[in-house]
Write a new protein. Structure first.
Length: 106
């Protein structure tokens, strides 16, 4: 069985985020994945679902990826929206699933 690369996971993740598809978003994460963000720490699908569900739709207006790099298990992207001048996500991908993620927003 083949697993997705960090780039493939990142591509799917962005697509799911833009579609607002919570099930597709969570399908990118391992059951015990951890995300550390300005909103706090979330561990596991239930907590991640709550975190993603709390993001207002307006947040995504003007979403644009300005930089993307992947190497091995690490996927990194820099982005901006109409309301956030600069943000970045780092995803750690193992066996085709995100096991850890950090989010920075300015």
């Amino acid at each position: 069985m083949s697993t997705r690369s960090a780039q493939e996971v990142l591509d799917h993740h962005v697509e799911a985020l833009m579609a607002g598809d919570l099930d597709a978003i969570l399908s990118d994460y391992a059951d015990d994945a951890v995300m550390i963000s300005p909103m706090g720490v979330a561990k596991g699908h239930e907590a991640l679902g709550g975190m993603f569900g709390a993001i207002p739709t307006e947040f995504w207006e003007g979403f644009e990826i300005t930089q993307q790099n992947c190497e091995g298990e690490i996927a990194y992207m820099v982005w901006k929206t109409d309301s956030i001048s600069s943000g970045s996500d780092t995803l750690i991908v193992r066996d085709g699933l995100v096991v850890g993620q950090t989010v920075v927003m300015a």
